[in-house]
Design a protein around this ligand. Structure first.
Ligand SMILES: [Zn+2]
Length: 600
C-alpha cells in the first residue's frame, strides 16, 4: 500500500476514541469563552501591587499568590487553545482563540514586569529578611532564582539602553534565517526518474537513502549553494558570536559561555567534562565508522555514507494497540504505578493518535497543571520510529504528570532535564526490541539504530559544543572570525571526531555555516548531557536495586524544585564528574563491539 493510496480523513471523520479528550479542560468552546473573559478582567489587578513589593512580606505574598493563580488559569486557557489549533491548522476559529490568549498573556507580561526590577532593587539586608520570612517559604526558591541575577543586573538607565537594542541585536540571526530558509535555492537532483527539488528536509532524507549516487549528488548540490554564500554566512555567524560576547561583557559575566550556562546554574566544568569524556571515547566512534565502511563494502567512507541504515529496514507492522503493549512491556522495570498510569492514559484519551487533514505534523507532549499530559502523534503502524516516538512522548508526559506532586510554581521542569525522561524510555524500548529480535540481522538493525542515535546526539552535538566554545573564546581574545578561520577550526574538529578512516570532502567544513543552533549558542550541549544522563540512569535502574529505581522515580516527581544538576545528582548521575558521559560512551563501545560480531 503506498502512502497516497490511503485517503487522509478530515477531523470530523476521526472516531472520538482515537483523539485526545480536551473536554477535561473545558467542556465546550463556550465555557472556554466564559473563563477567558473572567481571566482577561484580572490583568489590571497587577497594578495594585506596583511599587509596593518591598513594603512587607505580606504584600509580596499577596502578589505572588495572585500571579501564580493568574498564570495557572492562563495555562489552562492557553493549553486548550493551542491543542485545539493543532487538530486542524486550517480551522481559523482556534487560531483566533490562540491569538486572543497570546494577546492577554503579553499584556499580563507587561503589567507584571515591574516585579523583577523591584525585587532586585531591594537593599541586601531587607531582601535577606524577606527571603527568611516563613510566610514566603513556598516561594523562597522562586525568589532566589530572581535575585541571583543581581550581580548581572545594571542600573535602570543601562538596562533601558540594553532593552532598546534587543531587537536590532537579533539581526545576524535573522539574516541567517532569511538567507537559508527563503533566499537560498538548492537546485534539483534526479531521484527514481523524478526531478526532486532540494531543500533542508529533502537533503536530510536523501542522506538516509540506500542509493549512494543520490546521496553523493544531494551532498554536493546542497553544499554548492552554501559555498556560493559562504562569505555572508561567515559574517552573520561572526556577528552573532560578537553579540554573545558583548552581552556577557556588559553584564559582567566572565565569558559568553558562563552567561549562557548561568540560568541552569551549570558550572563550566560540566561543559568541559562532556568534551573531555567524548574525546576520550572517540576510538570507539572511529571503530564504528570502520565497521560501517566494511559492512557497506565501500572503498571510501564519506560523510554522506553515515546516515543510511547499514541494513535495510525490516518491514514490521505495529498497530497502535500493539505499540502501546510493547511500550508498556519495555517500561516494566519502572514499576507498576508508572506503567498503570501510562496504560490508563494511552488506552484512554491522552493521545491524539493518527493523522487527519490539516493536523499538525510530527509529535509532542503538552499539557498543564490542571490537565492530562496530552500527546499529539501522527502514528503510522508501518514506521518503527513511531513506536520510539510514542515512548519518547510518553516519557515527557509521565514526567509532567508526576511533577504535579510539586506546587504549581515548581512543577515545570527545565529543558536541561526534559530530555532525560523521554530518552530514558527510548533506551528501554531499544533493549526490549533487541531481546525479542528473532534473527541476528534484526538484532543488528536495532543495534545500528541505537548506535547512530547516540552518535548523532552525544558525539556530534559535543563536536558542535566544542566549536561554539572555541569560536567564542577566539572572539573574546579579539581574534578575527573569518570564513577561513571558521572553516579551519571546524575542519580540524571534523578530523578529530570523524577519525582517520573518514574521507573528508572539502565542502564538509561549510557545515559550520548552516547550523541554526549556533545562533542560540551553548544550547546543544544539553542534548548530549541529557542523553548521556538518560543512558547512565537507565543502566542504573536496569542493573541496580530498589534504591536506584526509587531515586529515578523521585526525579520524575521533582519538577523544578531544585536546580537541574542537583535533581540529576539525587537521581543518581553527577554531571559535575566525567563519569556519566564516560559510562554512556562505554555502553556505546559495547554496542559497537556487538554489532561488529553480528556483522562479521
Ligand atoms: Zn523530547
Amino acid at each position: 500500500m503506498t502512502a497516497d493510496a490511503v485517503r487522509v480523513p478530515t477531523r470530523a471523520e476521526v472516531p472520538a476514541s482515537d483523539t485526545w479528550d480536551l473536554t477535561t479542560l473545558f467542556e465546550t468552546d463556550a465555557t472556554w469563552e466564559a473563563a477567558f473573559v473572567v481571566w482577561q478582567g484580572e490583568v489590571d489587578r497587577f497594578a495594585q501591587c506596583r511599587g509596593r513589593l518591598g513594603e512587607s512580606p505580606a504584600v509580596l505574598l499577596e502578589f505572588l499568590r495572585f500571579e501564580t493563580d493568574f498564570e495557572r488559569q492562563g495555562d489552562r486557557l492557553g493549553t486548550f487553545a493551542f491543542l485545539k489549533e493543532t487538530e486542524d491548522l486550517a480551522n481559523s476559529a482556534y487560531q483566533g482563540m490562540k491569538a486572543r490568549y497570546l494577546g492577554i498573556a503579553a499584556r499580563a507580561g507587561e503589567a507584571s514586569s515591574f516585579s523583577r526590577p523591584e525585587l532586585l532593587a531591594l537593599p541586601p539586608d531587607a531582601l535577606a529578611r524577606t527571603l527568611a520570612d516563613p510566610a514566603l517559604a513556598e516561594y523562597k526558591l522562586l525568589l532566589e532564582r530572581v535575585v541571583r541575577y543581581r550581580p548581572y543586573t545594571l542600573s535602570d538607565k543601562e538596562e533601558r539602553l540594553l532593552a532598546l537594542q534587543l531587537e536590532s541585536a537579533q539581526t545576524a540571526r535573522e539574516v541567517f534565517g532569511q538567507l537559508t530558509n527563503a533566499d537560498m535555492k538548492f537546485g534539483t537532483i534526479v531521484f527514481e526518474g523524478r526531478t526532486l527539488e532540494l531543500s533542508h528536509a529533502t537533503y536530510a532524507s536523501c542522506l538516509e537513502k540506500p542509493d549512494r549516487e543520490l546521496r553523493k549528488a544531494a551532498f554536493h548540490t546542497y553544499y554548492a549553494e552554501f559555498a556560493d554564500h559562504a562569505n555572508t554566512l561567515a559574517t552573520t555567524l561572526s556577528g552573532s558570536v560578537k553579540q554573545d560576547v558583548y552581552n556577557a561583557k556588559v553584564r559582567n559575566y566572565g565569558s559568553a559561555r558562563e552567561a549562557a550556562l548561568f540560568p541552569d546554574q551549570v558550572p563550566l566544568g560540566v561543559y568541559d567534562n562532556l568534551i573531555a569524556a567524548v574525546r576520550a571515547n572517540l576510538p570507539a566512534v572511529h571503530k564504528y565508522y570502520g565497521i560501517r565502511q566494511r559492512a557497506m563494502n565501500l572503498p571510501e567512507l564519506h560523510f554522506y555514507d553515515t546516515y543510511v541504515p547499514i541494513l535495510t529496514e525490516f518491514r514490521k507492522v505495529t498497530p497502535w494497540d500493539d505499540a502501546v503493549e510493547l511500550v508498556l512491556e519495555s517500561l516494566r522495570p519502572l514499576g507498576e504505578e508508572y506503567t498503570e498510569t501510562l496504560a490508563a492514559g494511552l488506552r484512554g484519551r491522552w493521545c491524539d493518535r493518527y493523522e487527519n487533514k490539516g493536523k499538525r505534523s510530527g509529535a509532542f507532549s503538552s499539557g498543564c497543571y490542571d490537565s492530562d499530559p496530552f500527546i499529539l502523534m501522527n502514528y503510522k503502524p508501518d514506521v518503527l520510529d513511531d513506536v520510539f516516538t510514542l515512548t519518547h512522548e510518553a516519557g515527557h508526559s509521565l514526567h509532567t504528570h508526576s511533577s504535579k506532586r510539586q506546587p504549581y510554581q515548581y512543577a515545570n521542569y527545565t529543558i536541561f532535564v526534559a530530555e532525560v525522561a523521554s530518552t530514558f524510555n527510548e533506551q528501554l524500548l531499544a533493549k526490549t526490541l533487541m531481546e525479542r529480535a528473532t534473527s541476528d540481522r534484526e538484532r543488528a538493525y536495532y543495534l545500528n539504530k541505537e548506535i547512530d542515535g547516540m552518535r548523532a546526539t552525544i558525539v556530534r552535538q559535543t563536536m558542535f559544543a566544542e566549536f561554539e566554545k572555541i569560536i567564542h573564546e577566539q572572539a573574546e581574545a579579539n581574534e578575527p572570525l573569518t570564513l577561513e578561520s571558521l572553516r579551519q577550526t571546524y575542519r580540524s574538529l571534523l578530523e578529530t571526531y570523524l577519525g582517520p578512516g573518514m574521507t573528508l570532502d572539502d565542502e564538509q567544513s561549510l557545515e559550520c555555516l548552516r547550523i541554526p543552533h549556533f545562533y542560540g549558542a551553548f544550547y546543544v550541549y544539553k542534548y548530549a548531557t541529557g542523553l548521556a544522563a538518560a543512558i547512565a540512569l537507565s543502566q542504573k535502574v536496569l542493573n541496580g536495586g530498589p534504591a536506584d529505581l526509587a531515586a529515578y522515580l523521585n526525579f520524575l516527581r521533582s519538577g523544578s524544585s531544585q536546580d537541574p544538576l542537583d535533581l540529576l545528582r539525587d537521581a543518581g548521575v553527577d554531571l559535575a564528574t566525567p563519569e556519566p558521559v564516560d559510562a554512556a560512551l562505554k555502553h556505546f563501545g559495547k554496542l559497537v563491539d556487538e554489532l561488529d560480531g553480528l556483522l562479521a
